[in-house]
Design a protein around this ligand. Structure first.
Ligand code: FES
Ligand SMILES: [Fe+2]
Length: 398
C-alpha cells in the first residue's frame, strides 16, 4: 500500500540554491574551491568474484533485492488516478496502478484464474480496470476481482478471495518503491526522510517524464553502478563528450543511511557563485545520488537523470533510464533543449558509462584479474560495498 499523492507532471520552475533541502545546502556550502580540494591517499580492493560468482548473485537477490524496498519507477509514470503500468525489469512481472483515490499499488502481473500475464505492455495507459486477455477476468485498480465471465460456472468462488496478489509498496520522493519479495516483512525504514526531503527538493515528484529508454547490458549490475559513484573516469572515459565540464577533484560525499549523496562543483566552480541571486543551482553544482541498492539520480542544468539498474543474472542487467524535466516540452525552446539534451545523455550514459561496464565484465570474465583496485577518487565505491556486504553478512573486506 502507499501514500496518497497526485503528481502534477512538470510544473517546476528554475531551481535556485534556496529551493534545496537544508542538508543539500549544507553539503554544497562545504565544497571547497577546486585548488583547495584535498588529495585522498587511499586504496581499497575487492575480489572480482563478486561480479562473477552465481552464489554471490543469489545472496544479493535474497538479502537485498527480495527483501528491501527498491525503486521501480518514478511516480510521474502513473501521474493520474486510473494510470496503469506494466513492469518487467526485475524479472518479477508487475502491474503498477494508481487507483481512483490516488493510491499506488504494485501487483504481481498474474491472473488468479490460470496465471496469465494480464498487462502485456510496459507503456503506461489509463484504464478503469484491467482485463486478462485469456478469459477476461477483470480487476479493479485496487486489485479486487471485479468480474469474471460466466460466473455461474464457478460455484463457490468468492470474488473477494481472488484479487491480484499485491506487493508492499510506497510512494516517496517522487519514486515508487516496492518490496519484491512477497514474504519479506514490511520494512520501508531504508526510505530515509533525509533522502526523501532531498528528492522532493529536486522536484522529482513534480517532474515530467520526458524520455525513457531501456538498456539491456552484458554486465553485472554493480559494474553498471560503479561509474556513478566516482569522478575518476569522467575526464578520461568522457573526454570526447562531457569530461571538460567537470573538475578532476573528489566530490563532497555524504551518507544518508545506506544511500550516498555526492555534490561537486562544475569545472569553473567558485564558492562565490553560490551567492549569485536567481542562479540555476544545477548549472553550478552536480548532485549524484546512489540510492541503495541500485538507483542513480544525477542532476544536469535542465533535467534530472534517473537510472534504475536491475540485476537479471550475474553478468546481465537491465537499466531503465528516465530523463525527467521540470516542465513538459510545451514550447519550441524547451522542445529543442530537451531533444538535444536527451540525445547527448543517451550517448554519454549509453555508449560511454554502460559500455565501460560491459568491457569490464568482459575482461573480468577471463578470470585472470583477482581483485578490483579502487583509488582515492573512487572511495565511494568500497564505502558502498561495505553497506552491501553488511546486508550480505560479510564482515571482512579490505
Ligand atoms: S487466465 Fe486470466 S482469465 Fe483465464
Ligand atoms: Fe560517467
Amino acid at each position: 500500500m502507499s501514500v496518497t499523492s497526485k503528481p502534477q507532471g512538470g510544473t517546476r520552475k528554475i531551481a535556485t540554491l534556496d529551493t534545496l533541502s537544508e542538508s543539500q545546502i549544507r553539503a554544497i556550502r562545504s565544497i571547497p574551491p577546486h585548488d583547495k580540494a584535498g588529495i585522498v591517499r587511499k586504496v581499497a580492493t575487492r575480489p572480482t568474484s563478486m561480479f562473477l560468482d552465481e552464489g554471490y548473485f543469489a545472496r544479493e537477490q535474497h538479502a537485498v533485492f527480495k527483501r528491501l524496498p527498491v525503486p521501480v519507477a518514478p511516480s510521474n509514470m502513473l501521474a493520474q488516478p486510473g494510470s496503469v503500468l506494466g513492469h518487467d525489469g526485475y524479472g518479477v512481472p508487475l502491474i503498477l496502478t494508481r487507483d481512483r483515490e490516488g493510491r499506488v499499488h504494485a501487483f504481481v502481473n498474474a491472473c488468479r484464474h490460470k496465471g496469465s500475464k494480464i498487462v502485456e505492455t510496459c507503456e503506461p495507459f489509463k484504464a478503469g480496470r484491467v482485463t486478462c486477455p485469456y478469459h477476461a477476468w477483470t480487476y479493479a485498480l485496487d486489485g479486487r476481482l471485479a468480474a469474471l465471465p460466466r460466473e455461474e460456472m464457478f460455484p463457490g468462488i468468492r470474488k473477494e478471495d481472488h484479487g491480484l496478489v499485491e506487493l508492499k509498496s510506497r510512494e516517496a520522493g517522487g519514486l515508487i518503491w516496492v518490496q519484491l519479495g512477497r514474504e519479506a516483512a514490511e520494512d520501508f525504514s531504508t526510505v530515509e526522510d533525509e533522502l526523501v526531503a532531498d528528492l522532493d527538493a529536486l522536484g522529482i515528484g513534480e517532474s515530467f517524464p520526458y524520455g525513457r529508454k531501456t538498456f539491456e547490458l552484458a554486465a553485472n549490475w554493480k559494474l553498471v553502478l560503479e561509474p556513478f559513484l566516482e569522478g575518476y573516469h569522467v575526464q578520461r572515459l568522457h573526454s570526447q563528450s562531457i569530461g571538460q565540464l567537470f573538475a578532476d577533484v573528489p566530490s563532497a560525499v555524504h551518507r544518508i543511511g545506506p544511500h550516498t549523496r555526492q555534490v561537486s562543483g562544475k569545472a569553473n566552480f567558485e564558492p562565490a557563485m553560490l551567492d549569485v541571486p536567481g542562479e540555476n543551482i544545477h548549472k553550478t553544482i552536480t548532485h549524484a545520488y546512489q540510492i541503495f541498492p541500485n538507483t542513480v539520480v544525477v542532476t544536469s542544468p535542465y533535467y534530472i537523470s534517473l537510472m534504475i539498474i536491475m540485476p537479471r543474472g550475474v553478468d546481465r542487467s537491465i537499466v531503465d533510464y528516465y530523463m525527467l524535466t521540470p516542465t513538459p516540452p510545451d514550447n519550441p525552446t524547451a522542445q529543442d533543449l530537451y531533444a538535444r539534451s536527451y540525445e547527448l545523455i543517451l550517448k554519454v550514459f549509453g555508449t560511454e558509462d554502460f559500455r565501460a561496464a560491459e568491457i569490464s565484465q568482459s575482461g573480468l570474465s577471463t578470470g585472470v584479474i583477482d581483485q578490483m583496485i579502487y583509488g582515492g577518487l573512487e572511495v565511494s565505491i568500497p564505502e558502498y560495498y561495505r553497506t552491501l556486504e553488511s546486508y550480505l553478512g560479510i564482515n571482512d573486506p579490505a
